[in-house]
Design a binder for this molecule. Structure first.
Ligand code: ADP
Ligand code: MG
Length: 141
């Protein structure tokens, strides 16, 4: 499924709508260039799950965890994590298949240790400055 958005607010709204399809245990692998809108979409997902607080990029923290009315959400940004050994060291695999929703920016860097089935969100730049193409899919075993 591909959607075009024209502003960060529209991308957030799409994320909020997408959140309704998520269940605890789901893993969402995001891809797309820096500044594409992965964090904006994630912010929308958390809003959609009923989270009221601030949602910031975990680039420097690597992971943020949120307690939402729909359950616990782990948000990873793996931009600076380049191998799966480093990921295993931070306990990444313990988040998967559990009772959380797991949202992963720069999931390319976790390709080796993603579960067999997961959801995908790819965001790319469009023609106009604030246009983005959001492609929603899934990988199943
Ligand atoms: P990423 O996490 O992919 O690096 P961010 O969500 O942090 O990207 O940032 C997206 C940037 O692009 C923000 O500065 C936002 O204001 C801007 N932007 C412009 N148009 C859009 C759009 N349609 N959707 C999402 N972000 C947009
Ligand atoms: Mg980001």
């Amino acid at each position: 499924m591909e959607y075009i958005t024209h502003s960060p607010e529209e991308t957030e709204a799409l994320g909020a709508e997408y959140a309704r399809s998520l269940r605890l245990g789901d893993v969402v692998a995001f891809s797309g260039d820096l500044g594409a809108g992965k964090t904006a979409f994630t912010r929308g997902v958390l809003r959609g799950l009923g989270y009221k607080g601030r949602v910031t990029s975990p680039t420097f923290a690597i992971a943020n965890e949120y307690d939402t009315p729909a359950g616990r959400v782990a948000h990873f940004d793996l931009y600076r994590i380049l191998d799966s050994e480093a990921l295993i060291e931070i306990g990444f695999d313990e988040y998967l298949g559990g009772d959380r929703i797991v949202l992963i920016e720069w999931s390319e860097n976790a390709a080796d240790i993603l579960p067999d089935s997961y959801k995908t969100v790819h965001i790319s730049y469009g023609n106009a400055e604030n246009d983005r193409a959001v492609t929603i899919g899934e990988v199943s075993a």
